[in-house]
Design a protein around this ligand. Sequence first.
Ligand code: ZN
Length: 157
Amino acid sequence: MAIRQIRKIGDAILTKECKKVNEMNRRNRQLVEDMFDTMYEAKGVGLAAPQVGILKQIVVIDVEDGNQYVLINPEILEKRGSQTGPEGCLSVPGKHGTVTRPDYVRVRALDEEMQEFELEAEEFLARAICHECDHLKGELYVDLVEGELLDNEEEDE
Ligand code: ZN
């Protein structure tokens, strides 16, 4: 188990575009494992590789639906509907804001074995996928917030 340091807003790496992953090797496998460890330790539901300082198109998500999603080189193929609700980010600690996202997405990605799969997602999972895929383009949710970025009521520490 290895916890990596989570990069915070203001760090230039969070504004950069990530490169596609061409092969699964020991280094990338370790990265995926560490991303899950880091996300769970920080009590997050999603984490993108640039958030731990690696400019690769890798996302991990666990919205407590019984799945641990690994999305490598994800591509959102379809978006439908809209949902407006609170959103936060491990790279923007102690804050949240209202963001409108699609209510449904269909995404194509590679799994940890570099096998292509498609995933249909609704509601919170759709929101998480959009949020994490934005990280791979160097985009943060704070630029999408409607109104003010708000302080969380309870700090975890
Ligand atoms: Zn985020």
